[in-house]
Design a protein around this ligand. Structure first.
Ligand SMILES: Nc1ncnc2c1ncn2[C@@H]1O[C@H](COP(=O)(O)OP(=O)(O)OP(=O)(O)O)[C@@H](O)[C@H]1O
Ligand SMILES: [Mg+2]
Length: 471
């Protein structure tokens, strides 16, 4: 649904110009020549943005802002003002206007300011949804994404969660294997029990063995007392064994026994004890290849691979990038990284054109870096590292359709640009009481160019635009 904007100005040419410009940008626009009329309209209709002039005969823009804020506190409002009265604009902002536009405008600037405001509003709405989801950070909803690829995986995981079988989570680094393991545990019948995790790649073999299974006092140098292993600590809950592809053959055998007999034998001990755990293993390695190459036991692989889940790489679900970006920008703001930042379509296009070998983690880190680079509210493509553009774009949406990058890139001049230019010239001419040299200066063109344009558009300085909107 296009955003709805109400423009209030007692000057027809201004309303006309704004309408043409904003409609061209894809907004739904209504105009009002009277502040009192606009007030009535605002009580019955919702607008995403209200843009009002400051000096109007029936009511000042400041009074209008104050009144509207009285019954619609959340209403996003802009005031328009001449350079001379910026002080008044600031006064209007104290009443609750969120920005001001100075006349005569630079068209690009005003478009951007408006786009940002509309964006902010959309985000505010989206934030509420996200916040609700985040109330449970261990839920499947904490795995952000609405693409077909991730939705299917989440649905599968929800079903898997209720069973007690071993799960093997596959996926490249940074695709959310950790997040997935937690969500499964918290949706399983074991959610009241412990969730214990161990990363097999993080420890040397002997330490890993003793961490997993525990040891008896004196079983190796430095083992001064009995120690329980993590498998015991997970008794009654879930054990998450991360990077399971990195286990030595000896540990693979011991783990197989745990899975087959539900028994754990500590290092240096002979008596096994029973454990009641559910195992979730994760890996980003090609375990099938490791089995073929003799690096991973086939029997252990089949024991682990009872319920396989594959997390898709980010490049196969680029359509989730906007949602992930909003999620991380919210989270950075919540965690005290300054104000809530925004991104524009150019940034999203840039992010969607990169292959993300480090997946969601890389996206998260890249955004964090951009926030550090840019202290302003809006992140720009320039805040992102050059590597994002170094590669040929890997555009793909999870539904297999190609992403259309040109949808957000500037289009070539079209006939409607002429209409807009004509309206703008008309507006500037009425501002300068028809003084062409003055108008040309404001427009930033030679007087002779202005004459040529007037000729082409068959305009005279006396011409007034038609009243376009009588509501
Ligand atoms: N779908 C997602 N929604 C929100 N955050 C995500 C998602 N996927 C990953 N993340 C975030 O990305 C980071 C990496 O995720 P995680 O640690 O789960 O990945 P991993 O697959 O375990 O990576 P590795 O193989 O390197 O251990 C974390 O900060 C995690 O919160
Ligand atoms: Mg991990």
């Amino acid at each position: 649904m296009p955003a709805r904007i109400l423009v209030i100005d007692d000057e027809e040419s201004m309303c006309h110009f704004m309408e043409i410009m904003l409609v061209k940008e894809g907004y739904e626009v209504e105009t009002s020549l009277s502040a009192t009329d606009a007030l009535t309209q605002l009580r019955s209709t919702n607008y995403d943005l209200v843009i009002t002039d400051l000096q109007m005969p029936d009511m000042t823009g400041i009074d209008l802002v104050r009144e509207v804020k009285g019954f619609k506190a959340e209403q996003e409002m802009f005031v328009m003002t001449a350079y001379a009265s910026v002080d008044t604009a600031i006064e209007a902002m104290k009443e609750g206007a969120s920005d001001y536009i100075t006349k005569p405008f630079k068209v690009d600037e005003i478009k951007l300011t408006i786009a940002k405001a509309i964006n902010r509003r959309g985000l505010a709405r989206e934030n509420e949804v996200l916040k609700k989801q985040l109330q449970d950070k261990n839920s499947f909803d904490a795995i952000i994404g609405q693409s077909t690829a991730i939705t299917q995986v989440k649905r599968l995981a929800e079903r898997i969660a209720s069973s007690d079988s071993t799960v093997l989570i596959r996926g490249e680094s940074g695709t959310g294997k950790d997040l997935m393991a937690r969500a499964i545990h918290h949706h399983s019948p074991r959610c009241g029990g412990p969730f214990v995790t161990l990363n097999c790649a993080a420890l040397p073999e002997t330490l890993l063995e003793s961490e997993l299974f525990g040891h008896k006092r004196g079983s190796f140098t430095g083992a001064n007392r009995d120690k329980d292993g993590l498998l015991k600590a997970a008794d009654g809950g879930t054990f998450f064994l991360d990077e399971v592809g990195n286990m030595s053959p000896a540990i693979q055998v011991k783990l197989l026994r745990v899975l087959e007999d539900k028994k754990v034998t500590p290092v240096g001990d002979t008596k096994p004890f029973d454990v009641d755990i559910r195992l979730i293993a994760a890996t980003n390695a090609d375990l099938e290849a490791d089995v073929k190459g003799g690096r991973f036991r086939a029997d252990l692989f089949y024991r682990l691979n009872v319920l396989p889940i594959s997390l898709p790489p980010l490049r196969e679900r680029l359509d989730d990038i906007p949602l992930l970006v909003e999620f991380f920008l919210d989270r950075f703001a919540e965690r005290g990284h300054g104000p809530r930042r925004t991104v524009n379509a150019d940034v999203l296009t840039l992010l969607a054109g990169y292959a993300w070998p480090g997946n969601v983690r890389e996206l998260e880190n890249t955004l964090e870096r951009a926030i550090v680079m840019n202290r302003s509210d809006a992140l720009e493509p320039a805040d992102f590292p050059g590597r994002l553009t170094d590669q040929p774009p890997a555009l793909s949406r999870s539904d297999g359709e190609e992403v259309e990058p040109s949808a957000t890139t500037p289009t070539s001049p079209s006939p409607t640009l002429e209409i807009m230019e004509k309206a703008y010239i008309q507006y500037v001419l009425t501002q300068t009481d028809g003084k062409k040299s003055e108008a040309a200066r404001i427009l930033g063109i030679d007087a002779s160019t202005l004459y040529r344009k007037l000729e082409r558009y068959k305009m005279s300085e006396r011409e007034r635009p038609n009243r376009s909107s009588d509501k």
